[in-house]
Design a protein around this ligand. Sequence first.
Ligand code: B3K
Ligand code: ZN
Length: 867
Amino acid sequence: MYRTDIARPIRLTDYRAPDFHITDTRLDFDLHPTQTQVKATYSVERRGAEDAPLVLLGERLTLKTVRLDGADLTPADYQVTAETLTIKSVPDRFKLEIAVEINPQDNKTLEGLYMSSGRYCTQCEAEGFRKIVYFPDRPDVLSKYTVRMRAPKAGFPRLLSNGNLIETGEDGDAHYAVWEDPFPKPAYLFALVAGELDVLEDRFTTMSGRTVELKIFVDTGMSARAEYAMDALKRSMRWDEDAYGREYDLDLFMIVAVRDFNFGAMENKGLNIFNASLLLADPETATDLDYERIESVVAHEYFHNWSGNRVTCRDWFQLCLKEGLTVFRDQSFSGDQRGHAVQRIKDVKMLRARQFPEDAGPLAHPVRPASYLKIDNFYTATIYEKGAEIVGMLKTVVGPDVYRRALDHYFETNDGTAATLEDFLTSFEAVTGEDFAPWLKWYVQAGTPTLGIGVTYDAASKRLTLNLSQQTPPTPTQAHKSPVPIPVRLGLLTQDGAPLSFVHDGATVTDTLFLLTGERAQLIFEDVAEAPVVSALRGFSAPVKLRLDEPEAHRFARFRGDPDPFNRWEAAQSLAKALILDPQGSAADYAEALRATLSDATLDAAFKALMTALPTEMDLAQSLTPVDPAFIHARRKAFKTELAAALKTDAQALYDAVPAEVQFSPDAASAGRRALRNALLDLIVSVDPNTATTLAETHYRSATNMTDMIAGLNALSQIHGEPYQRALDHFYERYKFEPLVLDKWFAVQAACAHPETLERVRRLIAHPDFDRKVPNRWRSVAQAFAANNPAVFHDISGEGYAFIADEILSVDRFNPMTAARLIEAFGGFKRYAEPHAGLMKAVLERIVATDGLSKNVAELAGKALAG
Ligand code: B3K
Ligand code: ZN
């Protein structure tokens, strides 16, 4: 064996259809912790050149035998490298049998077949199947799977795989099960689980009247905690029928929750596997945010059954074909469940917090990248969230009815195939007869466009002229950009914030939608009665940065009264950003406007909670060059204290007026009330430490659910000192046997902005409950610190950087995929003031120079440095 993997990028332009198809795949697993035997039998058909060799991919496999049409091959007949098995000469149609041995227990990459809490489970997307057996592991090879698995009866009562269970039987102390999936699928959707699990069962009747058995498998004793996920699943199934006409296609749908998982969840056909943190919930152990995420991820994975599984991706460059579309679908679902205004604000917050910095830094890449070293590195906010925004813009432009017809066309014409983004756009062309090629620009061009709007009002003619322009900044490897189609929804307000009518295209309206297709355009509104306040990009109609020079008073007008809730929130946020970053900025007027918002009975609590929260330090860092984290931290704190002092009586009265719930319900209205009460708490505790301590301690002690308890703990972490430590100790004692709750205990501490955290995180990683091999636990310290604690992570000593670099290097030794995700923390180093920029650069150089670095970390750290 020799290694040939001197990092060579995979390029979209090198795509070639597979030379061979594998029509049927039979897998036979004899499960053993360290010596699992895997036998694969493939029906292979040649589709490419007649002399093409058969190249199968495999990693970390011990090859036992290869048989072709029943005859054993000898090592002379094939060639094995660290990543491939090549058989030079094969017929056009044949049966291939391959036997390998693998070691699930030693597999800490959590990719392929591995063990979690004594159970076997798998994760194959994107390229994990090759760690199970040799196969053309690429998404455009679709095959029908039959899977037989055998394991001891003791300890492994449940044997699960994709599709339908067609046979079970006993074999001494062992037993076996055979599963058959009637739908051809790519290998990345294969899954297997074996072990002891409790099950929560239910059923769903589909739109055509079929009954689907629903089963959620969880740790013993935990099935009650799967009830919310089950409820979310049934709502998702109904929603996909109503909103997209998509019916579930098997008679069984299963979800399994596991503790050890590299990310959120996985849409394996008929057998979703979830990170337990995104599945298990009850009021005592899960926060409202957990409930919200469970609902959206259960929906997301379920929706993949059509957008991803029935129509899959031709190659991994098309990843956003399934991810962008599925995120858009889950966001629409969540909006329907919880209210569109609040959902849109949360989605945009997330997009700006994660995707905008990515798009502005050295790791910027198009939604459809042109090349990669490790595709794992491209499960990014750009592919997911920006990808979803593109689908959303298409829907905005064509309208809901045409959108639905386009999607019906897409699903119908591509069902059972591995498709491309061009296929997706073709469906819009098919139903509209229009050219959607310009939309491809959004997919192939990186960087966040800036939309400029110049405003001129002529009082004599009552005419408003808007000069629109767009520009996308250069990104690594793409110096020149062309214009993209930008839907701009805009309306007008009076100086007092009331809707103002105008005439556009002959119609009298207060709001309109304009599609900017070129670099510039001029829009003229007539009959505008007074000099207006422009409310542009309503609902965040495109993922762009808006540049509109206007007086502060206009933002206040929108803050007070924009009927578009997104722009109302946006006005408040942009004012807060400007005021915080201005060393002389005062909170007085802001407090007045917020007071009015808080006392507005027409607004719901969830919206008020969002209005109460100030931009985070990470948000602020995006608006300041060079970034000075200590300045941002100090200014935000000062502004918050001033705001809290100005609003103290009102905030306290409002806090007292929100009833603490007796009977917990996770519904959106109840969650909104808790969110508001907790946002007020967060504000009030920044006034004076004495009253704050009593309030925060009482809040923590009297909490009857995890949402309020964590809010209390966070409030205490701001105050710090003895009461904080007391609460932490109490929390630990109460939840030390609840891993998901203990993750929160670690995370609160790692995100605490007190300088002492630098020392505390070192203690946390020495804690007996800390375990780097469990991604959830590792992230609860490392990620919480690097991503949510800018004040301490960016400490000028550089110790925060060194800590995270050491963590990345430790985890990279056994779990590259998870380690690499944290490189992002150093991505924007060039934007930082000294000494930060230099210190971060040095840390990246140290990482890059480390021996034995994974391709994952090497690719991202290398790009971060070069960019
Ligand atoms: N498709 C999976 C993500 C797989 C990530 C592999 N590194 C979950 C999802 O997006 O639904
Ligand atoms: Zn997905």
